[in-house]
Write a protein that binds this ligand. Structure first.
Ligand code: UDP
Length: 436
């Protein structure tokens, strides 16, 4: 019998790397041989990132020409074409050498942006599936945009006073949609990129899309999108820890976004006014400059809390002392907050983050969205107010903390043996074994 051997290919950004590692560990537990093909940068991140070493996984790296990582200021088109060209070659070579070595590749799972991986898989007659690392809700919004609801969605994007309803998504306004959909969008990726990805999936006979979520979390939208084969597989249960004692505020804006200094100053003052201990991740800027040094109240801050350049976020969120997560609402951070039962204060910045913030506030009800002033800044008083609402004694805070605990439980249920994500993943592995 041929052993199931799945090659996973990650997009080289932290937000895409962590779910691939998690996915790899989960299918490895099911007896699958897993090889992770990635750029040199992504591999360095994978092997030293997260809280636990990815034991027993095979890593194969190729140079995409950006061994120190891609920056927003780099030419994205050039980067994508280099990544495609060098990645396709590396994948073909990996498939050939694995066969020669007696452990042939039987399936390919790739980050949704990397359609070239599906093309290579087809050349070798192998089944493949993309991994979508944002919520099913975002997939659905983009999907609807290109399948009959484009005009309706444009209406809310152009007019902030307008609201619409979409299947499985409920009521939406311009505040709730990914920034890629708004007229203010300046990125060339987003919608056009998604359209290319959807079109590429048309080449597959029975496409499956793996989504980093779980059934109970986005049940309405997963049901609404069911016929399009979204499969919920996510969990971070390994990191579940004992109950939080709710004293520390943890603040992080993800792996690449940096707040403008004025907004950092507001957060700093909000934290000081809240008078609670905090752990704040402030990464060094590209030129190595320390962001904390720029803050006017640095010394007072140091008396009250800890500023670090990076941490293992999952470990932090698992720690019993953490009681609140001030987050930019990246989907990984969103899932980690839910799985670990930590209430949130949402300060979404761009891309899927506004929608994720809406989900957290209106659907999952585990936090509040901070409101910006007329200049688009969240002021110190607002930050303090949100933290108090989430961590304080009032009824709203209690309700939020109850909901956070509920999701922690439901996430665990989804991931345990026989749970929805576990079942979905096993069924997927069996289908790969049968060649779809
Ligand atoms: N992360 C971390 N330590 C940090 C900051 C971030 O481990 O100090 C991890 C975090 O746990 C998450 C990922 O980096 O898994 C960030 O992904 P997310 O989708 O939240 O945001 P992005 O970086 O894509 O904006």
């Amino acid at each position: 019998m041929v052993h199931t051997h799945i090659v996973l290919i990650s997009f080289p950004a932290q937000g895409a790397i962590n779910p691939i590692i998690q996915f790899a560990k989960n299918i490895k537990r099911m007896g699958v041989k897993v090889t992770i093909l990635s750029s040199v940068f992504a591999q360095n991140r994978m092997t030293k990132a997260s809280s636990s070493t990815p034991d027993g996984l095979t890593f194969v790296a190729f140079s995409d020409g950006y061994d120190d990582g891609i920056k927003l200021s780099d030419n994205q088109e050039l980067f994508r074409s280099e990544y495609k060209c060098r990645g396709s070659k590396a994948l073909s070579e990996l498939i050939k050498t694995s066969s020669e070595e007696g452990c042939p590749v039987t399936g390919v799972v790739y980050a949704m942006q990397l359609q070239w991986a599906a093309e290579v898989a087809r050349e070798f007659n192998l089944p493949s599936a993309p991994l979508w690392v944002q919520p099913a809700t975002i997939f659905a919004l983009y999907f609807y945009y290109f399948n009959g609801y484009g005009e309706l969605i444009k209406k809310i994007c152009d007019d902030p006073s307008c609201a619409i309803e979409l299947p499985g998504l409920g009521k939406l306004t311009s505040r709730d949609v990914p920034t890629f959909m708004l007229p203010s969008n300046t990125f060339s990726i987003g919608l056009p990129g998604f359209k290319e990805q959807l079109d590429a999936l048309d080449a597959e006979v029975n496409p499956k899309i793996l989504v980093n979520t779980f059934d109970a979390l986005e049940s309405k939208v997963l049901r609404a999108m069911g016929k399009h084969n979204l499969i919920a597989i996510g969990n971070y249960v390994e990191w579940l820890d004992s109950k939080p004692q709710s004293s520390v505020v943890y603040i992080s804006f993800g792996s690449f976004f940096n707040l403008p200094l004025q907004e950092m100053e507001e957060i700093a003052r909000g934290l000081l006014e809240s008078n609670r201990p905090f752990l704040w991740v402030l990464r060094a800027l590209g030129d190595g400059e320390n962001q904390e040094d720029k803050l006017s109240c640095k010394e007072e801050l140091e008396k009250q809390g800890l500023v670090v350049p990076w941490c293992s976020q999952v470990e932090v969120l698992s720690h019993p002392s953490v009681g609140c997560f001030v987050t930019h609402c990246g989907w990984n951070s969103t899932l980690e907050s839910l799985v670990l039962g930590i209430p949130v204060v949402c300060l979404p910045q761009f891309t899927d983050q506004p929608t994720n913030a809406k989900l957290l506030e209106d659907e999952f009800k585990t936090g509040v969205r901070a409101t910006k002033n007329e200049e688009g800044i969240v002021e110190a008083g607002e930050i303090k107010g949100c933290i108090e609402l989430v961590m304080g004694d009032g009824e709203i805070g209690e309700e939020i903390r109850r909901n956070a605990k509920k999701w922690k439980y439901l996430a665990k249920e989804a991931a345990k043996e026989g749970g929805s994500s576990d079942k979905n993943l096993r069924a997927f592995v069996e289908e790969i074994e049968g060649g779809f």
